[in-house]
Design a binder for this molecule. Structure first.
Ligand SMILES: [Zn+2]
Ligand SMILES: [Zn+2]
Length: 306
């Protein structure tokens, strides 16, 4: 679910920053900027944010997005303010139709603009029905049909390769209530895997190694790490999400270059997420000291070059 930063959180960040700054001789704007970047942890100088799933993949011939959570609203507003909002093609790849992956669509401004085309790719045959239902008059004032862009729902099949917007795209079925699907995007010898809402079981290590092969040699793996190992193994087992530690183990096994932990637990504040990231990096040192794997934790507005 989306979460917001409260006035109390902001006040705590300001107080912590002032406590760090008060005995330093910061006399210029450059001093202050350097102090922020070099001396304050991300949880104080920034925030992981609270949007639900939406990731843009750049470098293709058209817009490419994974999921339509509340982050899609920010993306649409950004596109409009940058003046790119008309006569464009948007390709949205849905992992599944749970609320947190579709709830940004009614607020996606480019979908209201005639001349735009929106292709919604899904492995779930009910996707169009679900989009119509969330804009039912009892829950939202504007029906899906009244959004003026041309919209098309396209059903994909797993284990087949598609050529979309200049990417080679494949999907894989994942263990999640009602099923979810991960995506692999390849172009110009670069590979990005978007694999969220998936609870991997022991069979990831079986002889077939289907998941590891899907992740194999990815330049970037965006991986569902909502839970800590303890949560995923006990209280929240079978809730449909994976842990940070499993993300590390699968990335090392698949020779992934950069792991981005994703689908952050909404109960965690910025400080606990900082610790979660540090714990994950520490675990990599114990698990495979020689691994060059780079690990980050997703935040709203994060940009990664591959
Ligand atoms: Zn889900
Ligand atoms: Zn989700």
């Amino acid at each position: 679910m989306p979460v917001s930063l409260t006035a109390k959180h902001v006040r705590c960040k300001i107080a912590a920053a002032i406590r760090e700054a008060v005995h330093r001789n910061l006399t210029s704007n450059e001093d202050i900027e350097r102090f922020i970047d070099e001396n304050l942890p991300f949880s104080i100088r920034g925030s992981y944010g609270g949007n639900t799933s939406c990731v843009e993949i750049r470098g293709g011939d058209e817009f490419v997005l994974c999921d339509a959570g509340t982050g899609l609203r920010d993306f649409g507003n950004h596109i409009m303010s940058a003046g790119y909002g008309v006569k464009k093609v948007y390709n949205i790849f849905l992992s599944h139709t749970h609320w947190d992956h579709i709830q940004g669509f009614p607020f996606f401004i480019p979908a209201f603009i005639p001349g735009n085309r929106i292709n919604i790719y899904s492995f779930h045959t009910e996707a169009e029905h679900v989009f119509q239902s969330q804009q039912n008059s009892l829950t939202f004032p504007v029906p899906l049909e009244s959004m003026s862009a041309e919209k098309q729902f396209i059903i994909l099949k797993p284990d087949r390769e598609y050529d979309i917007a200049g990417f080679r795209v494949r999907g894989i079925k994942q263990n999640h209530p009602g099923d979810s699907y991960g995506y692999c995007f390849e172009r110009h010898d670069k590979k990005i895997v978007y694999a969220t809402d998936s609870e991997h079981k022991e069979d990831v290590w079986d002889a077939e190694q289907k998941v590891i092969n899907f992740f194999r040699n990815a330049d970037l793996l965006i991986f569902d790490a909502q839970y800590s190992f303890l949560e995923s193994a006990h209280v929240k087992e079978n809730w449909g999400h994976s842990s940070n530690l499993l993300g590390v183990e699968l990335s090392v096994a698949a020779n992934v270059r950069h792991l981005c932990l994703f689908h952050n637990e909404p109960l965690c504040d910025d400080e606990s997420l900082d610790k979660f990231l540090q714990d994950t990096r520490n675990y990599l040192k114990i698990y495979s000291d020689a691994s060059p794997l780079k690990i980050d934790l997703a935040f709203d507005g994060m940009e990664l070059d591959i």
